[in-house]
Design a protein around this ligand. Sequence first.
Ligand SMILES: C/C(=C\Cc1cc(O)c2ccccc2c1O)CCC[C@H](C)CCC[C@H](C)CCCC(C)C
Ligand SMILES: C[S@@+](CC[C@H](N)C(=O)[O-])C[C@H]1O[C@@H](n2cnc3c(N)ncnc32)[C@H](O)[C@@H]1O
Length: 236
Amino acid sequence: MIEEAVPNASEIKAIFDRIAPVYDQMNHSLSLGQHRIWKQMTVKWSQAKPGNIALDVCCGSGDLTQLLARQVGKTGQVIGLDFSPQLLTIARQRIAEKSSHLPIRFREGDALALPFDENSFDCATMGYGLRNVTDIPRCLQELHRVLRRGAKVAILDFHRPKAPIMQAFQQWYLNFIVVPTAEGLGLTEEYAYINPSLKRFPTGNNQVKLGYQAGFNHAVHYSIAGGMMGVLVLTK
Ligand SMILES: C/C(=C\Cc1cc(O)c2ccccc2c1O)CCC[C@H](C)CCC[C@H](C)CCCC(C)C
Ligand SMILES: C[S@@+](CC[C@H](N)C(=O)[O-])C[C@H]1O[C@@H](n2cnc3c(N)ncnc32)[C@H](O)[C@@H]1O
């Protein structure tokens, strides 16, 4: 079987820079709006509280950042970090237009070398980022380093369902709904990348093991959306 080439960081950055103009609309339409519910669950599992200093890693267009900021409120602070300049531009526009009152700052940077001191954050989120970084253990080590003791990070991403019928549905949906929709926008390759990236992504149980190896005191993986998505919750 021919293995798919694994994209490097600059190729991944280029993918997201190219899909930036349609990213939010595609997520909303292709998930029938469900992605917002999955992100709200992620914020809840981060146990973000009013007044917290929070971090959203691989923030992209900033919609999860915005949900996190609503949770920490005006007395808190949220930093959204990403390495895609195009998606960060959209994130800044979103906040300026809809949520200028929220305590959000965006920062261009690398999830594998977070530009923050150790023990900086009370909580963190990461939405559909862990599967896209080129070094998952390194990313988890960085999250552990910047979180305060007892703090949690909730990491939302795709997951391969255990149930054969759900696996078949997920594959069908990605191959016959998602990719053809992207084809109409000239973004076939960018969205065709999801499936092989999902195939390479560690299962929930293995994500838990990686969390413990990165030094977290507690790790649990919640399967949601019929097993097609999952949230890894790590506690320092
Ligand atoms: C917000 C979502 C995906 C974000 C996302 C993550 C990536 O790694 C990408 C890589 C390359 C291009 C785009 C992305 C990307 O958008 C999840 C919702 C959007 C999904 C594309 C839709 C897939 C949903 C499930 C497979 C099936 C949903 C069934 C439906 C609720 C009936
Ligand atoms: C699928 S998007 C997720 C965006 C947003 N969190 C959401 O839930 O929609 C993945 C994001 O991860 C970013 N990314 C991937 N690798 C990164 C890295 N090493 N450092 C920073 N951002 C990275 C991409 O630029 C992209 O914005």
